[in-house]
Design a protein around this ligand. Structure first.
Ligand code: F6R
Length: 604
């Protein structure tokens, strides 16, 4: 999701910027760049691919006197990963770096172009620097031009800008994307998207609030709030431990990633939700021409999100949809028809079995699409079209935020296809888009629910197994809950459709069989409840998850009341993820690196 850094001081500016970018490389690594203003002269370097390429390009560049510098590592959203699209972006005499999406860039760009401004890149970011230079012509000073520019931007951003007229100043603004500033006794100033680049350099840091903007120079720190009130920086001491800092105070990466889901799904939705339509600028709607079926293929957690998608494609877009486990599909001589869109889903984009099925589909001449988290991965390079999930790097081996972002993409994609096929009227579509906007709130975690799950977890450390049960789209969620639990607790767990229990599995029911029951209020509640009652009658130990109190359960975890079952899906997803995490912690397991597993399965 891009990382930005900034530095003002006397030390080795190049090294400080590059070291900072190295810490942020996980946020995106399809290109990187720096711009340094020294003695009123700019030096600018950009390179495609990993940071090492930029290091190579800058090896003879020396910075040994006072300078201001900005840097960026990119995860492409607008425009391909090329050197021209890499940041910093140049105007006549200013450079800008940006993390986020400028939603109104097209209208700003059109106006600037009609004024004769020439654009070099395909990015949304470039409008910022040109708009700033346009404002500079009439503004009373540089800061006024910068403030005007910020007020003209819509969307999400963390921005750093440097300009020749002010060669001892860095201008900044933050809204919706992370950014902080650090200082030390030597009067150096540092900026970054997260605190790790500042560790070892800054003593104190100020985390900007949304709407903050201002500038720093050698002796000044000027911060205005969104209400244009001058603010004092709110300095806090920065951690000195890089590893724990990367975990932002959470015990495990998995826990951090569970908590991050609200923010990363906001990124997934960003720029894609219109008033009455879904926008996927990265795909061409002709991809769906002459398509009568969607085939989804994936492994593990990605397979579960594909299963969830099949419910949405059929229900919302009224298109036939089937789901395949990649390792099975490869070897079963499957029939592939040209009117099928072949979709692979993968967090890493490198999973060997899934990649192979993509090759098979391409060979048969099918149109292909990949839903992926890693740009430039093998699947992204191979497929005809790609939608990135924008979850940011996932470090915990047990996948969490990748799943949440995949399901969010599929929800949007099913509505996109629904519109193309006229399968949903405008009112229903607008209602669905309204619901999509609510996902980030449904993913917010209260202390109360986490505490409750932590306490409950001690009762689920033994027994002879777990059944996670749910109906409809809650069945894939049940499968995912069971997978999370087995991966990190090493306890036996299975996901089942609630209505299927009486066809065999219920024979296992006894007090040592734990049933985790997903009971959404807004989807087949009564039917699911009867299935749970059947288990309860056979003395199975029940932990029910629902917005509605359920007295037949031994344990009950209450989620918030939601407007729709899809929002209940995300609320319950958090509960099953946290339950697995807390059981694993109590069992003393390595949560982030469970035994026998690896993050990216590049062998079959
Ligand atoms: C489970 C998990 C795995 C992956 C699977 C596919 O927590 O992470 O089941 O989902 O190995 O990986 P990707 O999505 O990278 O293709």
């Amino acid at each position: 999701m891009c990382g930005i850094v900034g530095y003002l001081g006397n030390k080795n500016t190049k090294e400080i910027l590059l070291d900072g970018l190295k810490e942020l490389e996980y946020r995106g690594y399809d290109s990187a760049g720096i711009a340094v203003l020294q003695n009123n002269n700019f030096s600018n370097y950009k390179a495609v691919g990993k940071l090492i390429n930029l290091e190579e390009k800058t090896k003879d560049f020396v910075t040994n006197s006072f300078a201001v510098g900005i840097g960026h590592t990119r995860w492409a959203t607008h425009g391909k990963p090329t050197e021209l699209n890499a940041h910093p972006h140049l105007g006549e005499s200013s450079y800008v770096v940006h993390n986020g999406i400028i939603e109104n860039y097209v209208s700003l760009k059109n106006e600037l172009q009609s004024d004769g401004v020439k654009f070099l890149s395909q990015t949304d970011t470039e409008v910022i620097v040109h708009q700033f230079e346009k404002n500079l012509i009439t503004a009373k000073d540089t800061f006024e031009a910068f403030s005007q520019t910020i007020s003209q931007l819509q969307g999400a951003y963390a921005i750093l800008l440097v300009t020749k007229g002010e060669d001892e100043t860095i201008f900044f603004a933050k809204h919706g994307s992370p950014m902080l500033m650090g200082v030390n006794e030597e009067n150096e100033k540092f900026f970054a998207s997260s605190d790790t680049p500042l560790i070892g350099h800054a003593k104190e840091v100020n985390y900007f609030e949304d709407g903050d903007y201002g500038y720093v120079s050698k002796n000044e720190i000027i911060i205005y709030s969104k209400d244009k009130e001058l603010q004092k920086p709110n300095f806090q001491t920065i951690s000195t431990n890089r590893l724990s800092s990367q975990k932002n105070g959470y015990r495990f990466f998995m826990e951090k990633e569970i908590y991050e889901q609200s923010d990363v799904v906001s990124d997934t939705l960003m720029g894609r939700l219109g008033e009455n339509e879904i926008n996927f600028n990265e795909i061409d709607s002709t991809l769906f021409d002459d398509i009568n079926e969607i085939k989804l293929c994936a492994c593990g957690t990605s397979y579960h999100s594909a299963l969830s998608a099949s419910y949405m494609f059929e229900r919302y877009a009224k298109i036939r949809c089937c789901v395949e486990i990649a390792s099975e599909f490869r070897y079963r001589d499957p029939l592939m028809c040209k009117d099928t869109l072949f979709v692979v889903i993968s967090q890493s984009g490198e999973t060997a079995d899934t990649l192979e099925t993509l090759k098979m589909a391409k060979k048969e001449g099918l149109k292909t699409l990949v839903i992926c988290n890693v740009d430039n991965s093998s699947m992204v390079r191979l497929a005809d079209a790609c939608i990135l999930t924008r979850a940011g790097i996932e470090k915990g081996v047990a996948s969490t935020k990748a799943f949440a972002t995949q399901v969010s993409v599929f929800w949007m994609l099913s509505l996109y296809v629904a519109k193309l096929r006229d399968a949903m009227d405008a009112n229903q579509l607008a209602k669905q888009i309204h619901l999509l906007r609510e996902i980030p709130s449904s993913l917010k975690i209260s202390d109360a629910i986490h505490e409750k799950i932590k306490r409950l977890s001690k009762r689920y450390l033994h027994g002879h197994g777990f059944f996670f049960i749910g109906r409809d789209i809650f069945f894939p969620l049940a499968l995912e809950g069971a997978l999370k639990l087995k991966e990190i607790s090493y306890l036996h767990a299975e996901g089942y459709p609630s209505g299927e229990m009486k066809h065999g599995p219920i024979a296992l029911a006894d007090p040592e069989l734990f049933t985790i029951a997903l009971l959404p209020q807004h989807l087949l509640y009564e039917k699911s409840k009867s299935n749970v009652e059947e288990l309860s009658a056979r003395d199975s130990t029940i932990c029910a998850i629902s917005a509605i109190e359920f007295d037949k359960a031994d344990d009950f975890i209450q989620i918030n009341e939601c407007q729709d079952y899809m929002l209940e899906f995300f609320e319950m997803m958090i509960v099953v993820q946290l339950l697995s995490l807390e059981i694993s912690v109590r069992l003393g397991n390595d949560v982030d690196m469970p035994r026998n597993l690896a993050k990216s399965v590049t062998v079959e």
